[in-house]
Design a protein around this ligand. Structure first.
Ligand SMILES: [Cu+2]
Length: 298
């Protein structure tokens, strides 16, 4: 069996999660080096409820020939490395709670690396400067106003990233002191048939893929060796169904924190690849959907 054991980091899981994580993000957080790239910057909310009237994106060095796309009702201008969209009228401004997209097209550098898009969001009242960047690495966990990250990948890594399942809506249930185990949930969508064959995380002694099964009249959960991910279908890990079980927790998982999970996938040829997902910890599923709390207590 060939084992690529390649390692990639998923950002989409975090960006697409709870409203509390509605930072400025890029629609496609990964792209191939040396290729044209359409940077779709997404603004998820206003500044403390105030409508957004102007958006300035500082374009990272190496993003060549960058050109902002016009936006109806907004003027656009470029000064140096900064593209600025400004609402032409009060009516054109972006109300809090409405998502806006601001697009810049250009060509990516030929070498793999990280590009940070820093965005100054100006509102009717106040502003937010999405410009925080970690000293090293990719994690913006705990930052209030992180810049939007684009991971520029070599052609081989990009092909691998495209072949890995997409992870959306990931979250882990918070715990109270003394609680040994909890569940983590997400939606997985693979472009080719894959299996989820393992999970690991530094926050738990053991992480397993579990299923829920009726035994007589009792619903029980048990570990499964793998979970099939049919091509093009969304497989949902959710309370009361398949889930990732975190056991022997090393510390309580506090709501609002973020835990890293490394998912191990296997494709039909037996090749394995790993994907790290940053998973927000919450008391209920992101989006406010009420979730049953039973089924995850040992
Ligand atoms: Cu379980």
């Amino acid at each position: 069996m060939k084992n690529l054991s390649r390692f990639l980091v998923a950002f989409s899981g975090l960006a697409a999660s709870a409203a509390g994580f509605a930072h400025v993000s890029l629609e496609e957080p990964r792209a191939e080096a040396g290729r044209p790239y359409r940077a779709v910057l997404r603004i998820g909310h206003g500044c403390d409820k105030a409508a957004t009237t102007s958006v300035s994106a500082r374009l990272p060095a190496g993003f060549q020939g960058a050109k902002p796309e016009p936006k109806p009702g907004w003027s656009v201008n470029v000064q140096g490395d900064t593209a600025t969209w400004t609402a032409a009228t009060k009516e054109a401004s972006l109300p809090d709670g409405q998502r806006g997209e601001f697009v810049v097209t250009g060509t990516l550098p030929r070498t793999a690396g990280l590009l940070w898009f820093k965005v100054l969001q100006t509102c009717e009242q106040g502003s937010l400067d999405w410009a925080q960047v970690p000293a090293e690495g990719t994690s913006t966990a705990g930052m209030k106003t992180p810049a939007a990250l684009l991971q520029v990948l070599s052609p081989a890594d990009f092909a691998l990233a495209q072949s890995l399942p997409k992870v959306e809506g990931a979250w882990a249930r918070s715990t109270v002191p003394g609680q040994q185990g909890t569940g983590a949930f997400m939606r997985l969508n693979a472009s080719k048939p894959m299996q989820l064959v393992g999970v690991s995380t530094p926050v738990a002694g053991t992480a397993e893929v579990h299923e829920m099964k009726m035994e007589g009249s009792i619903m029980r959960m048990r570990a499964v060796p793998h979970l099939d991910l049919p091509a093009g279908q969304t497989t949902e890990l959710k309370p009361g169904g398949y889930h990732i079980m975190l056991l022997d927790l090393k510390q309580p998982l506090a709501a609002g924190s973020v835990v890293p999970l490394t998912l191990l996938f296997r494709d039909a040829s037996g090749a394995q690849s790993k994907l790290e997902v940053k998973v927000p910890v919450a008391t209920t599923a992101p989006g406010g959907a009420a979730a049953p709390t039973d089924g995850h207590k040992h």
